[in-house]
Design a protein around this ligand. Structure first.
Ligand code: SAM
Length: 294
């Protein structure tokens, strides 16, 4: 197939969308890729081959979907915008390994839908980046890796290490499930329409490791730890979870940390250790201890 006929061609996209009377919906984060090099680079970085089942979130016009279909065994895509159905029936009709479900990814039962190991590749709708990623990870699905286009600032938070400005509860939440790294930055010029923000491709590789504390407990802890940015960790946790400040300071000292340490100075392993010690103090502390019921 010539490049002029591929879906990333801006001319093809414009013509087809006009023919179908399609209007871009800003509220659904619709910024479609129009750059063949970026599309190929994303798929290459996801290590997609002909034995792979790929889940794509938000196929949009189908630019990335097409490249995935050319490289994978099958592509299962979830798109919330039903007005794209006629477009897909038109532009993706020659691919027999694409299945598109018109639904909200946050409401889709993926366990029911996919019964094998799979990879996730997506140019995410930015307005729900965090819920999509956290939902995918916490469901214990057999995901091999996720290669995702996200807003640049969010990508930096996802992949941040301790003692940096971007480090916080999102970095720790992702780390609970696996390793995250930034692959490359993407400029607004490769999308139609152009977004007002920069983008970034990140790769998350779940480790599928059993953890000593539940994700719900860990989430309570990290939300409490970063609830007041300029306060000490013991102040934040003590206030948010109604635990004695002295107890927290003692745990921190036993972990070899300063008692007036801030959340951003503890790495993932130290947070896990803190959670384990808090539970040792009171088994339900991270379940019921939270005054706000978060
Ligand atoms: N994959 C296409 C591309 O790269 O050109 C489009 C990506 S666009 C940034 C995000 C897509 O996600 C849009 O097609 C949008 O309609 C879809 N979307 C938005 N919210 C969604 C949701 N809750 N569930 C499934 N798809 C959603």
């Amino acid at each position: 197939m010539t490049n002029e006929k591929r879906l990333y061609s801006p001319k093809v996209m414009k013509d087809v969308l006009e023919r179908h009377g399609f209007d871009f919906k800003k509220t659904l984060g619709q910024n479609f890729l129009i750059d063949g090099n970026i599309v190929r680079r994303i798929v290459k970085n996801a290590d997609i081959n002909k034995t792979d089942t790929v889940l794509e979130i938000g196929p949009g016009f189908g630019t990335l979907t097409e490249e995935l279909a050319l490289n994978a065994k099958e592509v299962i895509a979830i798109e919330i915008d039903k007005s794209l159905k006629a477009v897909h029936e038109d532009v993706l009709k020659n691919y027999d390994n694409i299945k598109i479900i018109y639904d909200d990814i946050l409401k889709t039962d993926l366990k029911e839908l996919i019964n094998c190991d799979f990879k996730v590749v997506a140019n995410l709708p930015y307005y729900i980046t965090s819920p999509i990623i956290t939902n995918l990870l916490r469901k214990n699905l057999p995901i091999e890796n996720l290669v995702l286009m996200v807003q640049k600032e969010v990508g930096e938070r996802i992949c941040a290490k301790a003692k940096t400005k971007q480090y916080g509860s999102l970095s720790l939440y992702i780390k609970y499930f696996g390793d995250a790294k930034i692959l490359f930055n993407v400029p607004p010029t490769v999308f139609m329409p152009r977004p007002n923000v920069g983008s970034q491709i990140v790769k998350i590789t779940p480790t599928h490791e059993a953890r000593a504390i539940e994700i719900e407990e860990f989430e309570t802890l990290i939300k409490a730890a970063f609830s007041m940015r300029r306060k000490t960790l013991s102040n934040c946790i003590s206030k948010a979870l109604d635990i004695s400040k002295t107890d927290i300071e003692l745990i921190l000292e036993n972990l070899g940390k300063n008692k007036s340490e801030r959340g951003e100075n503890l790495n993932f392993e130290e947070f896990m250790q803190l959670g384990i010690e808090l539970k040792r103090l009171n088994a339900n502390i991270l379940k019921k201890g939270n005054k706000d019921g978060r």
